[in-house]
Design a protein around this ligand. Structure first.
Ligand code: C2O
Length: 569
């Protein structure tokens, strides 16, 4: 009896302990002229590449990324979907978990991948930098897991909208009265970081564009099964993905393995990931892989995206050199919604545990009462990052009052929290929670009504993911476990909306944060804000910090009282 037990433990260590490695990456961030769709513009790249290098590790490995910031502005990298359990200061979110890496500076991110596998990504979380190219895939494999469906090879395929103007300029216009709240319209769509038809988009005189630029192609060997890891790295666009004549078996959503679900077309919103398995079982020739923006969600009035479709050839090895019978599927999807949540079922079933506390967040967009600039308001407050005083450090130094204007919510429980997202805006918003996967209990297109909607919650084996779409004028309810000590952003992943203030921060076990072993390197990034000069009580420190705050922040935060709907369940 005893011997068996010892052996079992040793075997367990063999899989998850002894073999766990540290995978080291060196990322140099710089700006460079890039032309992913043929149009040359200044982009932001990692080691000279757009998209950045793919990180591939086995579950349990530690990822270590040495970042060198060769830009003339600060930066920070966020590891989208990583739990960062025990290392919440490595989440890479300026104003929330860290002070940014200064221009010319270096910083090392180190975090474990224990307990996670699947398709993830990373991106700059500093201002709108990722829209200019600072994105990459992060894949965690689990060699010991059984796959919902077998496959022979895998291919990582990022999908993205693409702009011909630098995000800084787009943002400046968007956050001005002139935009009237209309988001920047994408110029093109990219598959695998490449696109064509770039020259039919916005090409100002004096710039250069290669009209012969093509979207990359993918090669299939007849009879093989491919796992395609789809990642929507867009700023704005919800995509519909399909391959002509080929059925897709959906087997993963945001790191959660699923019972295979067969579709012809799959919607994938900003920040979301899906793995689909496709069999090369059609006549050997060429087919189109399609990434079509769901333009109905772009809310651009007459000015829709200039090129909203990316077509990448899928070429069968040794097959005919023709697209002749490659035809788009005729089935349509519901505009601006995720795949039906009752259809996607996790492969490893789990019921949603009951929640101890409920938080209701409702938002809309309207003109700021003073500036009349259109912004997002959650429970009447619009978020603006305070890069000098990130919430994580304010909690760590026991100066929580420094986060007075930062939409910070500190649940009283380490148990499950239920979040009711109420979207008073007419457009959909893909909401992402850092540091967790959550149970999607339901959504609707209408006004949320606790009495009638709660009994319909899907709690048996609900979809678990980290990014879920809240329908326009509707709601989404999810539950997460508030036991991952740290400060976690919860925000719309449409980058323009983050900058317009559509972000709140959820603090897990705020009482444990001062005991975290935050590294000196992470603390040193905040040297400029120099907490040590803030003497006395948290309140007097706030007075000092407010005096030092840049005017932009002072202007942005006139409303002080954050009223969050909260109740114990
Ligand atoms: Cu990809 Cu704050 O997220």
């Amino acid at each position: 009896m005893k011997l068996t037990w010892v052996l079992a433990v040793a075997a367990g260590l063999g899989l998850h302990g002894v073999n766990a490695a540290t995978k080291v990456y060196n990322f140099t961030i710089s700006s460079k002229t890039i032309a992913p769709d043929g149009y040359s513009r200044d982009g932001l790249v990692i080691n000279g590449q757009y998209p950045g290098p793919t990180i591939t590790v086995n579950t349990g490995d530690t990822i270590q990324v040495h970042v060198t910031n060769n830009l003339t502005e600060p930066t920070a990298l966020h590891w989208h979907g990583m739990y960062q359990r025990g290392t919440p200061w490595q989440d890479g979110t300026p104003g929330v978990t860290q002070c940014p890496i200064p221009a010319g500076g270096k910083y090392t991110y180190t975090f474990s991948t224990a307990g996670q596998s699947g398709t993830y990504w990373y991106h700059s979380h500093y201002m709108s930098q990722y829209v200019d190219g600072l994105v990459g895939a992060l894949i965690i494999k689990d060699p010991s897991a059984t796959s919902p469906l077998p496959y022979d090879e895998e291919i990582v395929i990022p999908l993205s909208d693409w702009y011909h103007t630098q995000s800084e300029d787009l943002l400046e216009h968007y956050l001005s009265r002139a935009s009237k709240g209309e988001e920047p319209s994408p110029d093109n769509a990219l598959i695998g970081g490449t696109g064509s038809n770039g020259c039919t988009g916005y090409v100002p005189t004096g710039t250069s564009c290669n009209a012969n630029h093509t979207t990359k192609s993918y090669s299939f060997t007849a009879g093989k099964r491919y796992k395609l890891r789809l990642i929507n790295t867009s700023a704005f666009a919800n995509f519909w993905f399909s391959i002509d004549n080929h059925t897709l078996a959906v087997v993963e959503a945001d790191g959660t393995d699923l019972n295979p679900q067969y579709v012809h077309r799959i919607p994938i919103n900003v920040g979301q990931r899906y793995s689909v398995i496709v069999q090369a079982n059609q006549k050997a020739q060429k087919y189109y892989m399609r990434a079509q923006m769901d333009t109905a969600c772009l809310d651009l009035g007459e000015v829709i995206a200039k090129e909203s479709l990316a077509l990448a050839p899928v070429i069968y090895k040794g097959g005919a050199n023709t697209f002749n019978s490659s035809v788009d599927w005729t089935d349509q999807l519901v505009d601006c919604q995720d795949l039906d949540y009752t259809v996607l079922r996790p492969y490893h079933a789990q019921a949603a545990p009951a929640a101890a506390e409920q938080i209701t967040l409702s938002w809309d967009f309207h003109g700021d009462p003073v500036t009349n600039i259109n912004r997002a308001f959650i429970n009447n407050v619009s978020w603006v990052a305070n890069f000098s005083y990130p919430t994580m450090m304010n909690e760590y130094y026991k100066m929580p009052d420094l986060s007075y204007d930062q939409l910070v919510i500190r649940p009283n429980t380490s148990d499950y929290v239920e979040v009711v997202l109420v979207n008073n805006d007419l457009n959909e918003h893909p909401f992402h929670l850092h540091g967790h996967t959550f149970y999607v209990l339901g959504w609707g297109n209408d006004t949320y009504d606790d009495a009638t909607d709660r009994p319909k919650f899907n709690t048996k084996n609900p979809l678990r993911r980290d990014t879920s779409t809240v329908p326009g004028g509707g709601w989404t309810v999810f539950r997460y476990k508030a036991d991952n000590t740290g400060v976690w952003a919860l925000h719309c992943h449409i980058e323009w909306h983050v900058e317009a203030g559509l972000l709140v921060q959820l603090v897990d076990q705020s009482w444990k944060i001062p005991q975290l072993n935050i590294t000196n390197d992470a603390l040193a990034l905040c040297a400029a804000s120099n907490y040590s000069h803030l003497h006395g009580t948290s309140k007097t420190a706030v007075t000092q910090a407010k005096k030092n705050a840049p005017t932009s922040l002072k202007n942005a935060h006139r409303k002080r009282s954050v009223k969050i709907g909260r109740r114990m369940l």
